[in-house]
Design a protein around this ligand. Sequence first.
Ligand code: GDP
Length: 321
Amino acid sequence: VTVDVEALAVAVKNGDRRSIARAITLVESTRAEDVALAEALLVLLYPHTGRGLRLGVSGVPGAGKSTLIDVLGRHVIAAGHKLGVLAIDPSSQLSGGSVLGDRTRMTELSRAKEAFVRPSPSSGASGGLSLRTREALLVLEAGGHDVVIVETVGTGQAEVAVTELVDVLVVVLLAGAGDDVQGVKRGLLEHADVIAFNKADGANLPLVDAARDELTSLYAWMRRGEGPTVVALSAREDRGVLELWQLIEKRFRALSASGELEERRRGQRRAWFLRALQEALAARLASSDSARERLDALREAVEAGEVLPRLAARQLADAVR
Ligand code: GDP
């Protein structure tokens, strides 16, 4: 099949859903012929990106991320936005050994014409994020989605990776799951803008309120009030979710006004460039048999402690021309 990249770019910019879906499939493809087409497409779309709000929603499986995004998304649409969601594909998500593939995720949102929900395969690494996630985000933005939500799994590494592509990060926690303390330890403090304790309903309510208060005072003590905002909400009952959206917007406006947003995005573009460079060099190495053999041999020698790692790296880099 031949792809008319220019026509596809125009259709994406017109917000054509099928074309947006096709464009994302193209950028996610690893087939050699698609890679060049994807790059050409992204070059055309790039000037039409970057004007909207990029929101990360992170948390362990079962925290209620997809329920929350479903409800939050409706508030976002009601506020007049066009919403894109890069959701974790449940068929690739594992929890305690059981596949959570039987769940229907974001059913309301999937039906809304103002929303485009795209399940993306979770690679397991970095909460399922890759350079492809960032590129899919650009396609959604070029397609007129002025709010894009990126969902990621886990606490710790995932948040660090997702901050390379979003403006505002919400981390969803469960009270009493040990998440709260663990999260603080593992870098959430640095990366989350909002910590949302979900499932503040029924018998769980006092537990959640207590967890929120505890974390709020911990942050106050550690950071003199500069830490993330801690909230309690119920995605299921749609309580506190509109307030969460207002908090996100307020945070985004403050970042824009102070110039911090542009500073963040500069850093993100730099990180993207360096990752893409690594990927390109690795692909170059893998494309030549002799380089690959050399790489394998050197890796063994490095593992065995026979060759200085930086020497091996430089020798391989010299071999790539
Ligand atoms: P995810 O894995 O983080 O996307 O979590 P899900 O959104 O699939 O939710 C996991 C489970 O928690 C589901 O059975 C939901 O119905 C339930 N759940 C989600 N939000 C709430 C909530 O606010 N209150 C209660 N009681 N249950 C919830």
